[in-house]
Design a protein around this ligand. Structure first.
Ligand SMILES: CC(C)(COP(=O)(O)OP(=O)(O)OC[C@H]1O[C@@H](n2cnc3c(N)ncnc32)[C@H](O)[C@@H]1OP(=O)(O)O)[C@@H](O)C(=O)NCCC(=O)NCCS
Length: 179
């Protein structure tokens, strides 16, 4: 397994994992209408724009190392919700089911944590759906402290999101990062 920085041209792979990750994770939480109309091409355009530099976001990819390609990604950058005192944010994290439980989620968090730390984007937050108990347990295991919540509107269905914060990212940041 390997975690590396995303390069120009990786947007379609990120988009494919993003769409598959939502469809694996959110049935029963986010309305099916939203999951059904997700499109990889549209998502790739979104990520191409988001990673073009203007927002300060950067992406990391996880490769399973068994020839099955990219199985996860993470995106981090400046904090986006205006939580007082917070400067950084883990903006997305998805590891497909076939790659889970092998340290890739932790590896992506380590790479992003090291990057946010190096850029001085600390404390750093992550938002996750309140009903996404597995992700919440993962963030809590990695030392996240619950700090806020907000409602999100998906096709008229209100879904709560909760935020976790890390005041110190150094315990998260590890040596798994490939240049
Ligand atoms: C949550 C997620 C990122 C975790 O990634 P992963 O690759 O499966 O996790 P790892 O193998 O890196 O696990 C790292 C540690 O967290 C623990 N862990 C993983 N999932 C956990 C869970 N649901 N509850 C408690 N601990 C968990 C592991 O046991 C491991 O501990 P260890 O290092 O002491 O053995 C991944 O399961 C995922 O992408 N889920 C679906 C999408 C999602 O919910 N994303 C978050 C959106 S905000």
């Amino acid at each position: 397994m390997r975690v590396r920085r995303a390069l120009n041209g990786d947007e379609s792979a990120i988009a494919a994992v993003h769409v598959a990750g939502w469809r694996e994770t959110y049935p029963g939480i986010i309305p099916a209408s939203v999951l059904d109309r997700m499109e990889i091409a549209a998502m790739a355009r979104y990520w191409r724009g988001a990673l073009a530099g203007a927002t300060g976001s950067e992406a990391w990819l996880a490769e399973a190392g068994d020839g099955s390609g990219i199985v996860g990604f993470g995106v981090c950058g400046p904090e986006t919700a205006g939580i007082p005192g917070c400067r950084g944010e883990f903006q997305a994290l998805y590891v497909l089911r076939r790659g889970q439980g092998r340290g890739l989620g932790r590896g992506l968090m380590a790479a992003m944590g090291a990057s946010l730390l190096a850029r001085g984007l600390v404390p750093a937050t992550v938002w996750t759906l309140r009903e996404n108990w597995r992700a919440r347990a993962f963030y809590e295991k990695l030392g996240g402290r619950r700090i806020s919540e907000r409602p999100l509107d998906f096709d008229g269905t209100m879904v709560m999101e909760v935020a976790y914060v890390w005041d110190d990212l150094s315990p998260l940041a590890g040596p798994e990062v490939a240049p």
